[in-house]
Design a protein around this ligand. Structure first.
Ligand code: NAP
Length: 243
């Protein structure tokens, strides 16, 4: 199959590692980004340097028209879209729910829930048999993140429900929908928590004793998109060092 896969949030962190990993499997990759154009083009160069093909496309996944345009541009430039890695997401400043800022609450839901749904909906509209979607959730969805960001955890629980429901809706069409739930991974997202010692402060909670690397999440995403996972749909795979 000729794979054309959109990776939202492909410019940095888990998404960037996923773009490079998918290119190794022969996917032509759309590196979606919101504002980090330079980083997105570096990912395109890394894919090209390894002999693959990628294009960078700007789109805020929380904006319907931009999501529609992202999929249209992907199809125009690389061909019919066969894969979506629904990865773009944001964290939030650490706080108890009693003190959460309403604007932060709305923004987390807008990007992590509405954005993920808009992208999944567009994929459902354009994909045909053989297509596959991977939604990037978090262990927060099942841990609740008390004292940190319950709203972020809830946004990822919504992503898990999206995975389950859409997998069942699209199964008869030959389209698989799965998720990955990373634990704590070395990326810049933790800067949004306002805790400069975030990595050091969470490591004692992780059974394997270290944070994950983006490449370790990308491996799981690549497997879920591959024919090796042909009987896997509706699953959310925890990739979290035992968390
Ligand atoms: P990151 O390093 O902060 O990268 C986030 C990516 O998402 C960037 O490419 C960013 O684009 C993009 N993005 C953010 N808001 C967007 C929007 N509205 N529209 C389009 N793109 C947007 O984050 P990460 O750690 O790789 O996280 C990726 C996913 O994994 C997220 O869904 C996150 O919740 C999830 N996750 C991460 C961890 C972790 O420990 N790192 C753990 C569990 C789950 P720009 O570069 O243009 O800003």
């Amino acid at each position: 199959m000729d794979n054309v896969t959109i990776v939202t949030g492909g410019s940095r962190g888990i998404g960037a590692a996923t773009c490079v990993r998918l290119a190794r499997d022969g996917h032509r990759v759309v590196v979606g980004y919101r504002s980090a154009a330079h980083a997105a083009h570096q990912v395109v160069d890394a894919v090209a340097g390894a002999g693959g093909q990628a294009v960078a496309v700007q789109a805020d996944t929380a904006v319907e028209d931009e999501v529609v345009a992202l999929f249209a541009t992907a199809a125009d430039q690389l061909g019919p879209v066969t894969g979506l890695v629904n990865n773009a997401g944001i964290a939030a400043p650490l706080t108890r729910l009693a003190d959460v800022d309403t604007a932060d609450l709305r923004r987390v839901m807008d990007v992590n829930v509405i954005g993920a749904f808009l992208c999944a909906r567009q994929a459902a509209r354009v994909m045909t048999a053989g297509g596959a979607i991977v939604n990037v959730s978090s262990t927060a969805a099942t841990l609740g993140s008390p004292g940190n960001y319950i709203h972020y955890a809830a946004s990822k629980a919504a992503v898990d429900a999206l995975t389950l429901g859409l997998a069942k809706e699209l199964a008869a069409d030959g389209i698989r929908v799965n998720g990955v739930a990373p634990g704590f991974v070395h990326t810049e997202i933790h800067e949004q928590t306002g805790d400069p010692d975030r990595a050091a402060n969470v490591v004692s909670r992780i059974p394997v004793g270290r944070l994950g690397n983006p490449e370790e999440i990308a491996e799981a995403i690549a497997w879920l998109l591959s024919p090796a996972a042909s009987y896997t749909t509706g699953a959310t795979l925890r990739v979290a060092g035992g968390l």
